[in-house]
Design a binder for this molecule. Structure first.
Ligand code: APR
Length: 319
């Protein structure tokens, strides 16, 4: 069986980590792509990781490129092209620069990798993935945004830490946009299947503690930006996108929270927003619509309104 091809557009902090993880997991051959000024960075990271392969024992061809012709035939394209935020900035502050970047990257992908499954990471996520789908004109099932896997991973980490249990036994559920209005669901998050409200009743934690964890999850990206000062998170975002790519490449049909284009589900039509989906060989094979209680519904609607507003700003910038 021929190896799969994974193109990483943007060879920065997340791009480099994606390349390493894709190599370690032997997902396929890897092309790290960046603008001509950063071709050396793309080639340097590709060579550095290729030189780690004999030690780690993986066979993946790694190359760096700044010509879109080199992503031709990619099965998966993961997009991190753009700028990350600095302390004091919200993800939304990035729209002016990143909308233009996504427009040009989308044109390159459309021309050279028309059959790819495209995973967008560039922020502000929900608006950028929507723009990518619009620019490429690809089937919405083949264009998806990475946010929920990361947000729920942060939630899981904080919960595992609170309960002193393995992260593997914590599942967490996050809906809505990738921003301050995201909706971590306490009701649908569990430890080994036990919902969090039951754990409060069992005396494992308090409602107050859970509320703090929910807020810390919402602010998870900003917490890292505040510590790093020079950019935003990259290890966990990369790991999250790799989980999505792997589910597609191996047809695992994992149920993952992703930004997907809704067509009436949750009362939303034509907008990308975070919801649970099944990812398999067909891309986003199913959008899962769960029943929300009144509070979750109100929070989700608030999040939808915030994303809608951002999409309007994006449309003005992108022209
Ligand atoms: N085409 C290709 N690559 C581009 C383009 C473009 N038009 N414009 C910028 N880039 C590249 C930059 O040269 C840089 O190498 O994108 C890379 C971004 O890397 P970093 O600045 O290290 O940013 P990173 O931390 O990887 O985050 C990238 O993901 O989480 C989001 O908010 C984050 O939008 C940001 C993106």
């Amino acid at each position: 069986m021929a190896r799969k091809k994974i193109a990483l557009v943007g060879a920065g902090q997340i791009g480099g980590t994606l390349a390493l993880l894709a190599g370690l997991k032997e997902l396929g051959d890897i092309v790290l792509f960046d603008i001509p000024d950063f071709e050396g960075v793309a080639k340097g990271k590709a060579l550095d990781i290729a030189e780690a392969a004999p030690v780690e024992g993986f066979d993946s061809a790694l190359t760096g490129a700044s010509d879109y012709a080199d992503i031709a035939g990619a099965d998966v394209v993961i997009v991190t092209a753009g700028v990350p935020r600095k302390p004091g900035m919200s993800r939304d502050d990035l729209v002016g620069i990143n909308a233009k970047v996504i427009k040009s990257v989308g044109a390159g992908i459309k021309e050279h990798a028309p059959n790819a499954f495209v995973i967008v990471i560039t922020n502000p996520l929900d608006a950028m993935v929507g723009l990518m789908q619009q620019v490429t004109g690809f089937d919405p099932a083949k264009v998806v945004g990475m946010a929920g896997v990361l947000d729920s991973a942060r939630f899981r980490h904080f919960l595992a830490d609170e309960f002193k249990v393995s992260v593997e036994d914590v599942t967490a559920f996050v809906l809505g946009g990738h921003g301050d209005t995201m909706v971590p669901s306490v009701r649908y998050s569990t430890v080994a299947g036990i919902p969090l409200p039951d754990l409060v009743k069992m005396g494992w934690t308090t409602q107050e503690k859970l509320d703090q964890i929910v807020q810390r999850t919402r602010d998870g990206g900003a917490e890292i930006v505040g510590l790093l000062k020079t950019g935003s998170a990259f290890y966990a975002p990369a790991a999250s996108a790799i989980a999505m790519a792997e589910s597609f490449l191996k047809d695992k049909k994992r149920v993952l929270p992703c930004a997907a284009k809704l067509t009436g589900q949750y009362g939303v039509d034509g907008l990308y927003i975070g919801v649970p989906v099944i990812i398999g060989a067909g891309g986003v094979e199913k959008i899962i619509e769960i029943e929300l209680n009144a509070e979750e519904k109100a929070n989700f609607e608030k999040s939808v309104a915030a994303v809608q507003q951002l999409v309007e700003v994006t449309a003005k910038v992108a022209g």
